[in-house]
Structures are given as C-alpha cells and as structure tokens.
Design a protein around this ligand. Structure first.
Ligand code: SAH
Length: 341
C-alpha cells in the first residue's frame, strides 16, 4: 500500500495503462485529489467501481495533523504530526507577492551544521513526497487560502532525500492539479556535490539555493561538516556546471555570525570566490539558538559586508526577517515533541 499523495502523474499514468485503462484516468484522479481535494476513494464519482476497488487495494489516503500553531507578524509556525507520530515543522510567510510556505524534508537532519537547531536530532527518517504534498495541502486548508510559493528550507537536507523531493516538485507542479509554478519553488542544500550534478539534469525550472556561510575551507569545515566531504572547490565547480546546464542563477545563503565569518577579509574572500558566477548572495542575520557560542553580527557589520560585495559587483541582498520571536526562523525549527509543552 502506498500513500496516494506520493505518486507522480507519470507513474500514475503507467499504473492505469498497465491496468488496461486510459491515460485520462490519471487526469481524473489528479483532479479529485488536488483540485476537488477529496480525502477518500468513496467520494470519487466518475471512475468505475472496479477501478476504485483496485485503487483501494493499492493506495491509501495519508493524513497529517496540525498539533500546534504559533503566530507572529506575517508568519505562522505549524507543528505537524505525521501518521506514524513523528513531528516536523512548517512555516508560513505572508509576503506582498503571496503566501510562501517553508516545508521540512526530513525528520531530524544528519548534516550537523554547528549553528543550526534542526540538526540537533539525527535524521530519523525521510519525509516522503506525499507527506511534503500534505504539508502544503494541510496548511492551505487551515488558512483557506492558496499558497503561491514553496521553499524547501525547513528541517532536513533535501539533497539527502533526493527522489522524494523531486517527486514532490513534479506532483505539485502538475498543471491540472495543484499547479504550483516551478519558478515559485526554491530548494536549499548545504552542498551535496554529486546531487548538484544530478540536479542540473532535473527537468523543472526551480530555484536552487546553496547554504555557503563561509568564504574559505577552514572556516566552512568548522561550521559545516559536509565541507570536509565536499570542499569549496568541488562545490563551486558543481555549481558552475549547474549554471551552464540550466542557465539559472543560483542563490548563496550566508548567515552572519559575529566575529566568525563577518569580517572585512571574509567579504573580500567571498567576492573573489564568487566572481564570474551568475548568482545572488543573501546575507542572513543569524537567529540566535541554543548554540550559545554564536551571536548575530551587528547591523553595522552586516552593512559593511554588504557594501564590499556590492563594490565587487556581486548581487547581494539582506534577508528580511520572519518569526524569530516564535522560533520559526531559519535554523530554529526542531523535530522534538517537547516543543508541544
Ligand atoms: N539543509 C538545507 C535546507 C535547510 S535551509 C540547507 O542547509 O540549505 C535552512 C537555512 O537556514 C540554511 O541556509 C541554514 O544554513 C540556515 N540556518 C541554519 N541555522 C540558522 C540560524 N540559526 N539562523 C539563520 N539561518 C540559519
């Protein structure tokens, strides 16, 4: 038995063809699931009984539940319970261009970045494609509004759960279903190099963001253990390949840690590292967490850093902040049941 929300349109077409049915059955089913949004096979009226009973044998309707919700200006954080009892978080942000949802891709995370709260608990399991779809649909239902943008930047490393997040993109992008534009989807990775190569062949025009956070290997390896496996030279090479294959601009995320990576020499080093790359740098004021050794850089230092990048012709922005009061900001999401208390 498989979660019905995990199956991509093309796999569903194969399923029906194998059954001796026509492709349009898949179109009908996607319409029931993602336009009409029924939550049981019994609500489906235009598909013959025999097919429905076969569907019932092969698939089930999974569910996720909102078990807690916190709010701040323009942001809501949801604690979600998956059907096996594991919990993840998702964060809804209200932008002038629409609702954007930050979803989790894993329960826990193995990347162990030293500044990030989400990696405190090792990965327990993947979040499946169907569960990612349900993160989106459950929250759309709760707010009774459409979500126009999705960022896969919650708990977990999506490139460590590659097939599931690719299937998720394919499912939500399908036009006669949820119809979320691929350019409205952003996926962020800490830099799993072989998957960046694989992703350069991925046939959807989604946005790629890279969590960089350091301007040299020594510093990056201290902050992000993944850098010991895939150092900066290899990461940059993979990104250049991605840009040349896809013609898409990438975003580099750079969190500003007081006295750690926010010095003038870091800004110069970073400018040199990224020159000639078609990219944006997003400077992220650090959200303080229980990793007490890290503090947020001062506004002044962030602006100085910004100016140096600008002078070196690097496209740079400072990220608008959301939800730090309710621990809903980047790096503050957790996979822990105690946060129910
Ligand atoms: N594993 C993926 C997806 C998580 S995205 C990745 O690493 O890209 C979450 C983003 O928030 C990453 O850029 C992460 O490095 C950043 N982040 C983690 N902790 C943070 C914190 N305390 N303050 C600000 N950003 C943080």
């Amino acid at each position: 038995m498989e979660n019905i929300y995990s199956i991509t349109f093309s796999r569903l077409v194969d399923y029906f063809l194998k059954m001796g049915e026509k492709k349009y059955r898949a179109i009908q089913l996607f319409d029931w699931l993602y336009v009409k949004r029924v939550t049981s096979f019994d609500s489906i009226t235009n598909i013959k009984k025999e097919i429905i009973s076969q569907l019932k044998k092969d698939f089930y309707f999974d569910k996720i539940e909102i078990i807690n919700q916190e709010e701040d200006i323009d942001v809501k954080k949801y604690l979600l319970k998956l059907s096996d009892g594991e919990t993840i978080e998702a964060v809804l942000m209200n932008h002038d261009y629409g609702n954007s949802l930050c979803i989790s891709s894993e329960v826990g995370c193995n990347m162990a970045c030293s500044f990030c709260e989400s990696g405190r608990i090792k990965k327990i399991r993947n979040v499946t494609s169907g569960e990612m779809v349900l993160e989106l649909m459950t929250i759309e239902k709760a707010i009774n509004e459409r979500i126009s943008h999705v960022v896969i930047m919650g708990i977990g490393e999506p490139f460590d759960n590659y097939n599931n997040f690719c299937d998720f993109i394919s499912i939500v992008n399908y036009q006669k279903g949820i119809n979320l534009g691929s350019r409205h989807i952003t996926v962020s990775t800490c830099g799993i190099v072989p998957k960046i190569y694989e992703f350069s062949e991925f046939p959807y025009q989604v946005n790629l963001a890279i969590s960089l956070h350091a301007s040299n290997n020594e510093l990056r390896s201290k902050l992000m253990p993944i850098n010991k496996v895939y150092p900066l030279e290899e990461l940059i090479k993979a990104i250049k390949n991605y840009i040349s294959k896809t013609n898409r601009r990438v975003t580099f995320e750079y969190i500003m840690l007081k006295g750690v990576n926010d010095k003038i020499e870091n800004a110069i080093e970073l400018s040199n590292l990224l020159k000639e790359i078609n990219c944006y740098v997003n400077l992220i004021p650090y959200n303080e967490t229980n990793h007490l050794q890290y503090k947020r850089s001062s506004k002044e230092d962030i602006l100085k850093f910004y100016d140096i990048l600008k002078k070196n012709n690097i496209n740079v922005t400072i990220r608008r902040e959301f939800g730090s009061k309710i621990n809903a900001a980047c790096g503050q999401l957790k996979t822990v049941k105690e946060n129910l208390a």
